[in-house]
Design a protein. Structure first.
Length: 133
């Protein structure tokens, strides 16, 4: 399953040249992942409180293709491309809404951890199942 979330580029997201500062693409991707979990019925604070887990970024990479600019409307997608017992890899794309132009491709590796022990813990099966529906 691929999820997509709308994002508007604000002035604060841009650099002196008026284009999105490279690190902010990771912020857009983080927001989309959070909204994806919310869409599936999981709030991150509830996962922490009720299941004692959080997802932490282990690896992140991005390939920048075209710049996004102030006031652009974007789509940020998410799709599971691999997972293990406690780790998941998500491919994310940032596209300009008006022409579906691919601006950035990212891949983020996450690990589910036990918040008390700060050790890897199995990703709840129901979350993985819903992400693949």
């Amino acid at each position: 399953m691929s999820f997509r979330w709308p994002v508007r580029v604000y002035y604060e997201d841009t650099d002196a040249a008026g284009i999105v500062y490279y690190a902010n693409y990771f912020r857009f991707m983080e927001r989309a992942r959070t909204e994806w979990l919310r869409h599936l019925g999981y709030e991150q604070d509830d996962l922490r409180r009720d299941h004692g887990i959080v997802f932490v970024v282990r690896r992140a990479e991005a390939d920048y293709r075209e710049p996004a600019r102030f006031n652009d409307l974007l789509w940020v997608t998410g799709e599971v491309i691999d997972h293990g017992r406690s780790a998941i890899t998500i491919r994310q794309e940032v596209l300009r809404q008006k022409d579906d132009k691919l601006l950035c491709v990212g891949e983020v590796g996450l690990v589910c951890i036990d918040i008390e022990r700060f050790r890897p813990k199995a990703i709840p099966r129901e979350i993985l199942e819903k992400m693949h529906e």
